[in-house]
Write a protein that binds this ligand. Sequence first.
Ligand code: SIN
Length: 293
Amino acid sequence: MGSKLQNTQLGTSPLGYALGAEIEGLDISLNLGSQIYEAINHIWQEHHVVVFRGKHLQPRDIVFFAEGFGDLDDHASTPFYRHPDVPQLLQITNRLIDGKPSETRNTGRNWHSDYSYTGRPAAASLLYCNQCPPVGGDTMFANMVRAYESLSGTMKGIVDNLHAVYDVSLTAGINERDASKTAEVRRLNPPIAHPAVRVHPRSGKRALYVSERVSHFHGMTRAESKPLIEFLCCHATQPENVYRHNWREGDLVCWDNRTVMHIALADFDQNQPRHMLRATILGEDSGFVVRDE
Ligand code: SIN
């Protein structure tokens, strides 16, 4: 099936120049079949972020749809934040939980790719908006394939040979969470090195795999690494390389963590509810644990 025909069948419209497309008119709560999943994957690989709007999904509908893309992470690396009845879903919410402010209310406040600090960094994430504030609470996405491709040949040669060390302690706001839970999350996720360029297993595209959660490059000091990490993050997140999603209730936004990094903005009134549910597709085994560096 050619790409035009697939796109026509699924009613796709681009949302941004660098990345992002909406897929219209598909009832994703149905059993879609492998051809439709193949068509979605095709669009997803081209646009990196795909958006479905106006969906009324129950937690199990999200899991059912997400399972068509691969095995789901059970979120064991951050076990405290799972949905109480559906452990395949992570709750990212500012609703009170057990009468206390939710620990996940400030999730994702620096540029990252999901679960990069684990041995199976996420392939993809699907985030459903159950409730959102009237203004703000947006999420921004950066195209890491374009970021890689627009480097000079010399810089490509440098990053091709680097391993980036991911440290869960660099997750923004982690120190404001419950100290015993944070200690457990650190114990479960020791610093881990992954190639600084990630090759997409289906498209073969090369993407920069560096974020604000990288402490240093393996074999280099933190002082040596810092300017390069800052340069690469700045380069990747230039406005021309970013799509900013303004949420509506019923949006399901799906991003490819192998080719995109993202950030959740705190640009909203925290008294207004923002309640999101995330399914995470497991990526391939990768990386090696780094100690004493
Ligand atoms: C995340 O980083 O997965 C959360 C994104 C969001 O809440 O917008």
